[in-house]
Design a protein around this ligand. Structure first.
Ligand code: FAD
Length: 316
């Protein structure tokens, strides 16, 4: 069976859920080989084994984490030359997409970004993407080189498949050209206790209809263990930080459940959330365009509906 490389997404060995999703997808295509960059591989091992990594290639050269993405792309190129994988899967976040693009150039390979699903197919993986603000679903396949695919969070439900992967240390050499942008400081974002927006299974977003009071949105999100999102109107009004904006010029999300409260459903907002599995809207205007795309809609004032829903969820 062919090897499929999965770039592990982690913070100091704490593996993100997206990596479990990538390993689950990799098992459809071949034998998952996890590539771990940085410190903490032993901490990551149980999570990688839980989701079926057959081997873990550990890259601990400190230069890999002292500079921006270029060294990581060079390292992956060297790992790929040794392992000769049939595909390479990387999380669709800002860093992952840049690594993938640089790697594709280095390997002279085709690249597909933002896949929402990946299946095994004749002659290589077949990806599904949602394009043109979600108006089209496209299936695509890389026809040249090693398929490099970035996969969006929540593209698969992680399925456990216990293995005991061995760790193989791998030495990589980094060129001077890749060491031009050094990281001088890195600050973790203030912890909210809520899940990361792009990884969350449930998101409750607020828009201009909140009138600036995100209290009911946050309370409902907390009752569900959800992340909080915001429309651009809410962000532009200074009611919520830009890091939480969903849409064309914000984050693209694809949770199991997306609740839009006081959001009209402009095309630019839809572009960031319409691949959500189930969409619920609360809006006091029954003609609001968001109702065209919802699975469930509540016509009403969010300041009444959300507290009532929070109370109901908390009771259970
Ligand atoms: P509105 O459109 O003003 O809608 C507010 C809604 O709240 C209305 O439907 C109203 O009926 C309802 N409402 C009011 N009071 C209540 C209440 N008490 N209870 C329930 N409902 C209530 N937008 C994004 O969101 N993300 C983006 O990334 C983004 N990028 C953009 C990029 C470009 C280039 C451009 C031009 C625009 C972009 N926009 C983006 C802006 C987008 O066009 C809309 O202006 C924005 O999404 C509107 O936000 P909203 O739905 O919160 O506000």
């Amino acid at each position: 069976m062919s090897n499929v490389l999965v770039l592990v997404d982690h913070t100091a060995g704490k593996v993100r859920k997206t990596t479990a999703e990538l390993l689950t997808i990799a098992r459809r295509l071949g034998e998952p080989v996890a590539v771990f960059i940085g410190e903490g591989v032993q901490d990551a091992l149980p999570a990688l084994g839980q989701y079926g990594a057959t081997k873990v290639v550990a890259l601990t050269n400190p230069e890999l984490t002292q500079f921006l993405v270029a060294p990581k792309a060079e390292a992956l190129q060297q790992v790929a030359a040794k392992i000769e994988p049939s595909a390479i899967l990387i999380s669709s976040n800002a860093e992952g997409k840049e690594i993938a693009a640089r790697l594709a150039v280095k390997l002279d390979s085709g690249l597909i970004t933002d896949a929402v699903d990946v299946a095994a197919g004749d002659g290589g993986p077949v990806t599904t993407q949602s394009v043109f603000a979600g108006n089209y679903t496209v299936q695509a396949k890389v026809t040249h080189g090693t398929p490099i695919i970035t996969v969006k969070p929540n593209a698969a439900t992680p399925e456990a498949a216990e293995t005991s992967p061995e760790v193989e240390e791998f030495d990589v050499s980094i060129s001077d050209l890749a060491k031009t942008a050094r990281i001088t400081e890195s600050k973790p974002r203030e912890a909210t206790g809520r899940p990361e927006l792009t990884e969350a299974a449930i998101i409750v977003s607020g828009g201009r209809g909140t009138g600036g009071d995100f209290g009911p949105v946050e309370a409902f999100a907390d009752s569900l263990g959800a992340a909080v999102g915001a429309s651009r109107a809410a962000v532009d009004s200074g009611w919520y930080p830009h890091a939480y904006q969903v849409g064309q010029t914000g984050k693209t999300v694809s949770p199991q459940l997306y609740v839009a409260a006081g959001i009209s459903g402009a095309i630019q907002h839809r572009a960031g959330m319409q691949t959500s599995k189930t969409i619920v809207a609360i809006n006091k205007d029954e003609e609001a365009p968001i109702f065209e795309l919802v699975d469930f809609g509540v016509v009403g004032d969010l300041h009444k509906v959300l507290p009532a829903a929070t109370e109901e969820v908390t009771k259970r």
